[in-house]
Design a protein around this ligand. Structure first.
Ligand code: 6R9
Length: 645
């Protein structure tokens, strides 16, 4: 089959699909011609305390202002909990938790989850946490993570989750940026049989975080950890005696729900801010449509709640839709590489959503570990985080899904709040490697370097021409940076930072970032962050970091390092620098290659020419292009000769 070959919509899926091709077309048409009418029709998917009368009020020009449902009032936790209980679904399972250790699991019903959320919310109020206060969550993949998110939402506090794999420094800078007053963490996390010292990391981070007045510590592994008197509280001791009811805060639709830090091409990670009404509508809408979700189905997204995928598609989307959402603490390869499929059978998972990097890693081990498990419960398979290469797509489709399950390749970003481009299982024929078509209400376009719209089958910069309810509203504390980052490259358009191709059928193929952001195993990283970690080392004078093709991770981290005068390159120093970056940022930023660079290719104005460095890292040294504008073209030859790998 050619890469572009269509895989037809499955008749058995289409016959029962929530959204058929005709319905999708009608929705897209209405969303385009009458957005207010369309979204007024969709907003009822969440619970409002006061129904909005104003729907869309957005402007991508000037100061950029994005408001949806602006006079509506609601509480996100009510949409995820109370109303399901009110409609008699309190005893239904909300969260299926599967531990890192295959022998440990648990089920939490909607009623139980509601009670735990209320208890924590009451405890947080007693600690003085108020509406709009920021709360940092640094937790492993345990039920407490969802409880903490929803408890924040309950009292109107803004959560900022920091991935448990981040270092104390990364945690500290995120806490400082949004001046969190409370940190919720655990003694330790577990991953692949190993332990992650969360409380130890948190204590280290808090040395430079004076804003944090209280710390709540969940017991996970039970390891003894230091507890500072007056600041640190045991979760159970704090919550167990609290009432299991808690009055939800009335929030305006545009009040913030959460901040999530993400990497950009320059500077420190940005605090992406999402608000309540539009985000919740988008989370529910996309979760239901893209996964063709039906009440009673078991749904599993393998992401970590530390990433946006975990926010929207483990917690808010599935719980808003009353789903049973599976939370997995472990990794795909432990105790063995059949773990995903063993969990699928054990919990009879119907919808499974993971990342290409996991699929590629499992593909390497062949069909055996997959075929050992039945997987007959599976109905829909999803992919997210990076472009999925057609080989991995086909393997996922044939081996994991037995050619029975449609694959939804979902393109979106932390900034977009939820999925923007993806097939709908019963409405869009698929092409391996293509995210296919935009969801109703989403208007992608391609522009050239000058911002001129490109028509027809072509490739260019991916922009979105108009707002959708789940869009980020600002960069926390820095609105000018929001405008500058997303709306200044192509004025009046939201620039995604991605490149894309549109084929003759109008299908979208995301080609990857066109800026200095790299995507390592589905994790976004700014090359500037790795560079600043490297130059912080006392022996390093200068560093340039680029992405390089990597078989499993999609992209690997390739670092060019210039040492201070008098310092000698050595294998020991190389190892030291790798360990240094891991410590500064976290294990996800582990460099894959370090090349000693006596000089870097710079223009006469001193700009590093990354285009050349990318080519060398990718071993495409016969197509380096024009090097005549370099201040010293000879450095290129030196770098080519001493390429690593
Ligand atoms: C949800 C998430 C966003 C960047 C995005 C793009 C890449 C995500 C993709 C994809 C191709 C897909 N990306 N999904 N590329 N096909 N289906 O991953 O958010 O961590 O902010 O990353 O990831 O490059 O710009 P985030």
């Amino acid at each position: 089959m050619p890469d572009d070959g269509l895989i037809a919509i499955k008749p058995e899926i289409a016959a029962k699909a929530l959204v058929t091709a005709e319905r999708r077309a009608a929705m897209a048409e209405q969303a385009a011609t009458d957005p207010d009418g369309f979204w007024r029709g969709e907003m009822g998917r969440i619970a409002w305390m006061r129904e909005p009368t104003k729907i869309k009020n957005t402007d991508f020009t000037g100061d950029v202002s994005i408001k949806w449902f602006e006079d509506g009032e609601l509480n996100a936790s009510v949409s995820c909990l109370d109303r399901h209980i009110a409609s008699g679904r309190g005893d239904q399972v909300a969260i299926i938790w599967e531990g890192d250790d295959p022998a440990s699991d648990s089920k939490t019903t909607y009623a139980q989850l509601h009670a735990r959320v209320c208890q924590l919310a009451n405890a947080m109020r007693k600690l003085g946490v108020k509406k709009r206060d920021r709360v940092c969550i640094y937790l492993p993949m345990i039920v407490e993570a969802a409880v903490a998110m929803l408890a924040c939402a309950r009292i109107g506090a803004v959560h900022s989750i920091v991935f448990g794999g981040f270092s104390p420094d990364s945690l500290a800078s995120r806490i400082q940026d949004s001046e969190c007053s409370l940190l919720i963490t655990a003694d330790e996390g577990r991953r692949g049989g190993r332990k992650v010292p969360l409380k130890v990391n948190a204590d280290e981070a808090l040395k430079s975080c004076p804003s944090v007045r209280n710390v709540i510590v969940a017991r996970n592994t039970g390891t003894a950890v230091a507890m500072r008197e007056g600041r640190d509280h045991e979760w159970a001791a704090l919550c167990d005696a609290e009432p299991t009811q808690c009055e939800p805060e009335r929030m305006n639709a545009e009040d913030p729900l959460f901040i999530l830090y993400t990497s950009g091409s320059t500077g420190k990670p940005k605090g992406v801010l999402h608000t309540t009404g539009g985000y919740m509508v988008w989370a529910s809408f996309t979760h239901e449509l893209v996964f063709d979700y039906r009440p009673g189905e078991i749904y599993w997204c393998t992401a970590d709640v530390g990433w946006v995928t975990g926010h929207t598609y483990i917690v808010y989307g599935p719980l808003a839709n009353g789903a049973a959402t599976l939370m997995f603490e472990g990794v795909p390869s432990w105790p063995d590489n059949g773990r995903f499929w063993q969990v699928v059978d054990k919990h009879q998972v119907n919808i499974f959503y993971t990342a290409p990097t996991a699929i590629r890693a499992l593909m390497r081990d062949g069909e055996g570990p997959v075929k050992k498990h039945k997987r007959t419960s599976l109905r829909i398979l999803g992919s997210v985080g990076e472009p999925i290469n057609p080989e991995a797509w086909l393997w996922y489709y044939r081996v994991v899904g037995d050619e029975r399950c449609p694959i939804v390749d979902t393109w979106w970003q932390t900034e977009t709040g939820g999925i923007l481009i993806s097939p709908l299982p019963g409405a869009v024929a698929q092409k391996p490697g293509s995210a296919t078509l935009p969801l109703p209400g989403v208007t992608p376009a391609l522009v050239d370097g000058e911002g001129k719209f490109l028509e027809g089958a072509t490739e260019g910069n991916l922009v979105i021409t108009d707002s959708w309810p789940g869009q980020m509203r600002t960069v926390y504390g820095d609105h000018p940076r929001f405008v500058q980052t997303y709306f200044s490259t192509f004025p009046g358009l939201y620039f995604t930072g991605d490149g894309a191709r549109r084929d003759a059928d109008g299908y979208w193929w995301i080609t990857g970032r066109v800026d200095d952001v790299i995507n390592v195993a589905g994790h976004r990283m700014g090359t500037a962050e790795v560079e600043s970690a490297l130059v912080a080392h006392p022996k390093v004078a200068e560093a340039a970091v680029v992405g390089m093709p990597h078989e499993l991770k999609g992209q690997g981290i390739y670092c060019y390092v210039t040492l201070n005068a008098g310092e000698e390159p050595s294998d020991a120093l190389r190892k030291e620098l790798v360990a240094w970056v891991r410590k500064e940022i976290g294990p996800i930023a582990t460099p894959d290659a370090i090349q000693w660079a006596p000089g870097l290719p710079k223009t006469r104005s001193g700009k590093i020419m990354r285009r050349i460095l990318r080519k060398i890292a990718a071993n495409e040294t016969d197509s380096l292009g024009d090097t005549s504008t370099l201040a010293d073209p000879t450095v290129v030859q030196e770098l080519v000769e001493n390429r690593v790998g």
